[in-house]
Design a binder for this molecule. Sequence first.
Ligand SMILES: Nc1ncnc2c1ncn2[C@@H]1O[C@H](COP(=O)(O)OP(=O)(O)OP(=O)(O)O)[C@@H](O)[C@H]1O
Ligand SMILES: [Mg+2]
Length: 362
Amino acid sequence: MIEFQSVTKQYQGGQPAVDDLSMSIGKGSITVFVGPSGCGKTTSLRMINRMVEPTSGTITVGGKDVTSVPAAELRRSMGYVMQSAGLLPHRSVVDNIATVPRLNGVSKSDARRRAEELLDVVGLARHLGKRYPAQLSGGQQQRVGVARALAADPPVLLMDEPFSAVDPVVRDELQQELLRLQKDLAKTIVFVTHDIDEATVLGDKVAVFAVGGRLAQYATPEEILRAPANDFVASFVGRDRGFRHLGFTPSDGVTLHPVPTVVRGPSGHESDPAAAGGWQLVVDADMRPLGWATPGTDTGLIPGGSLFRPGESLRRALDAALSSPSGLGVAVDSEGKVLGVVRGGEVLALIEEARQIRQAAL
Ligand SMILES: Nc1ncnc2c1ncn2[C@@H]1O[C@H](COP(=O)(O)OP(=O)(O)OP(=O)(O)O)[C@@H](O)[C@H]1O
Ligand SMILES: [Mg+2]
């Protein structure tokens, strides 16, 4: 879909910002450019829509050399989201979102109607459409930025550190929403970040850039974590990479054990205070976990750890066990009802087994 062929960008004086870049970006996938500051990520991204022109080499989109398309037309055919959201401060949210469709000749009322639909798509309440960007939180502004980039329904979305200005919780939410959106939209997305975690969460493929604008590795996130191509990639990926790689190891073999539960009624009292010793999982009337209790003591409800859903990775299973006060990770179904518990020791044994299988395959 997007092809870089020996692309070099040299700004006036100094080293190349991008050095002989050749790579091919698949249609309908998320490709993440990641790397330290100044390694040429933004420059590479902006050459796709000709906000920056290469010094040499060729970029094609859908087989067509981008230099054969007038720059303004090309830019309008690709959604662009930048770090600061880049909204026009004196225009309402709805008018911001409608900007490109209006430039493309869509009527004002149609463009506004579409903009309002897009508020739903990115998870913003419709009444926010009348506000001005300064009246929104950072996370809300980023959502508007994404809605605006989607407004003309372009096949290509270019996103330059779109979530870097928001706190980790909102960032996680925005990432999950982008993945959810992408399931339906199947856009060709090029996403820039300097955060390897974000890269491995979002990317179908990840391109790691090294200083001097050289492509150090281009592979699936799983492969980059498992087998960094060189010392630079290994050090950039960091020392938690072994743990992060667990995020790609399926949890199929993990055993769910039954767990003693006790129902806490609406009054807040346990309905079965005389239950057996050891840990008890406290649940509501619908079997949703509320926390843990140790019968016979008066500690009350102890908050539980993270929850695990079968089908998720071993990383999630291990985290559920490690973060649980009982050492038992609570597994729930899609409705949040308790299915059973996983034991940390058993998850670790599966992790070791998966490692040995991988090793043997090399
Ligand atoms: N307009 C410009 N004129 C001259 N040099 C530039 C210009 N824009 C970028 N550079 C240089 O090109 C190199 C790559 O810059 P680029 O913005 O692509 O990096 P980046 O990977 O996006 O970094 P960051 O993570 O900090 O955003 C840097 O050394 C930068 O100083
Ligand atoms: Mg940049």
